[in-house]
Ligand binder design. Structure first.
Ligand code: EPZ
Length: 418
């Protein structure tokens, strides 16, 4: 298992590029199942989760060519409408093939995701949405069977709770359902909008993506398309925080600043110096010691839960007490105890973490847990005194493309050890 060895204390200076969004790449790859035509997807990040999704799609029946960040898919027919446990247990986002398989092949057999580090993460809203569209859902031996032998029909669907991949699953299924589908309480994340833009290029008829209500007029079939996905706002946000924590002058390039509004507003409130030199760059400058500011995660456009661990890391370096509230997942503070081992002063109280700063962090041996928790450990290691060794970095490789190469290029003393 790879490890990262990091010496803290070097300010990050220069230009760091943003990759395509992992959480856009996953649904748009699944969307390719909706047509027999060729789909070309560009700026696909080279991360573990994408390799997992490609393996799943090949098993389902896609011919796939991966050429750098360009992935070309062609699914002449669905050979096996299944997502087996051994793949789903490594990546919950496998449930994104549910909607496309039922819509294209009339049936799907997808393993239930099972537990995940950050919470139970059931897919009940995906399933109830598919039932509303006319699928018959049964469950046995840890698998979900969804069947719609006569096709899907449009419906009025109201999500009890905002769900990103739930919205994406149902949106994809609805594009081939007979009649109109209205999705209410839909997720408004930029990745949902990116998926919708691809679907429209493929011939889908829909409006309202990015708002809470999406209307879809079903069509009989979709055709091929060529689509470049959006930049990864979570990766870019992670680098914004890295620049501020290390007191460097760092330009995060190839990003979409308006997708990071909640983060930049919160950090600016804390005293950070953040500017936007051009439409695809965020620049941070040395800002001295920040003020502690409370934060609560919310669905987009609120503060992203995927940046909560990274925000906790920078709040350990701020003056004062800050309270971080995690409203989306029930167990997303696993990074707290690792940060404590590095000298952070954090107290957990249910969905709240109380951080008392500023702490001088010291390097330690730590273990990565979930993807974003691991990113917060890298951030802490960049400012800690001495050496930090982070084990199980495969968690980081799931969602960050060559993070050690990108950070080294702007001055970080980080290396990957086999
Ligand atoms: C997506 O996960 C992202 N993954 C997550 O990013 C992100 O943290 C999350 O949205 C929230 O923004 C992808 O897009 C591939 P949800 P998703 O459905 O869709 C509960 C990362 O680090 N829920 O919006 O699975 C659920 O348990 C990952 O890149 C149900 O109860 O999240 C959670 O508490 C981590 N039943 C809340 O809703 C359901 O059927 C929001 O989950 C669905 C969700």
């Amino acid at each position: 298992m790879d490890k990262f060895v990091i010496q803290g204390g070097t300010p990050l200076v220069g230009f760091i590029p943003t990759s395509g969004a992992k959480n856009s790449a996953l649904p748009v790859l699944a969307a390719a199942l909706l047509t027999a035509d060729e789909v070309v997807l560009r700026r696909i990040p080279r991360v573990r989760d994408i390799r997992t999704m490609v393996r799943l799609l090949v098993d389902i029946g896609s011919d796939i060519n991966v050429n750098g960040e360009t992935v070309t898919l062609k699914t002449p027919k669905i050979v096996s409408p299944e997502a087996p446990y051994e793949l789903v247990k490594t990546m919950r986002a496998s449930s994104l093939v549910l909607g496309p398989l039922v819509a294209r092949a009339g049936r799907a057999r997808v393993s239930l995701p099972g537990g995940c580090g950050i919470g139970a993460r059931p897919i009940n809203y995906h399933l109830s949405g598919l039932e509303r569209l006319g699928a018959v859902i049964t469950q046995d031996h840890g698998y979900i069977e969804a069947a719609a032998p006569n096709g899907l029909r449009g419906a009025h669907i109201v999500f009890d709770r905002i769900t990103v991949t739930g919205t994406e699953d149902i949106l994809m299924a609805a594009t081939l359902a007979r009649g109109e589908t209205v999705i209410e309480n839909a997720a408004r994340e930029p990745e949902v909008v990116d998926l919708a833009n691809l679907l429209v290029k493929m011939g889908a008829k829909l409006e309202g993506a990015g708002t809470s209500t999406i209307r879809v007029q079903g069509v009989t079939e979709l055709h091929g398309a060529d689509h470049e996905i959006i930049a990864d706002r979570i990766e870019a946000g992670t680098f914004v925080i890295a620049g501020l924590m290390t007191g460097g002058a760092l330009n995060i390039t190839g990003c979409i600043p308006e997708h990071l509004g909640a983060l930049t507003a919160k950090l600016t409130q804390a005293g950070a110096r953040i500017s936007q030199p051009d439409s695809t760059t965020l620049r941070v400058e040395p800002s001295g010691t920040l003020r502690a500011i409370d934060m609560s995660t919310e669905e987009y456009p609120g503060f992203a839960t995927d940046l909560q661990a990274q925000y906790m890391a920078i709040m350990t370096q701020a003056n004062g007490i800050s309270i971080v509230t995690e409203t989306i997942f029930e167990n997303r503070f696993m990074h707290a105890q690792e940060l404590q081992r590095m000298g952070a002063n954090i107290r957990l109280d249910g969905r709240k973490a109380i951080i008392a700063g500023k702490s001088q962090l010291s390097g330690a041996g730590v273990i990565a847990s979930d993807l974003r928790a691991s990113a917060s450990l890298v951030l802490a290691a960049l400012v800690a005194r001495g050496e930090t060794v982070i084990d199980r970095v495969y968690h980081i490789d799931r969602g960050y493309e060559r993070i050690e190469a990108k950070l080294s290029a702007v001055g970080a003393q980080i290396q990957r050890v086999e």
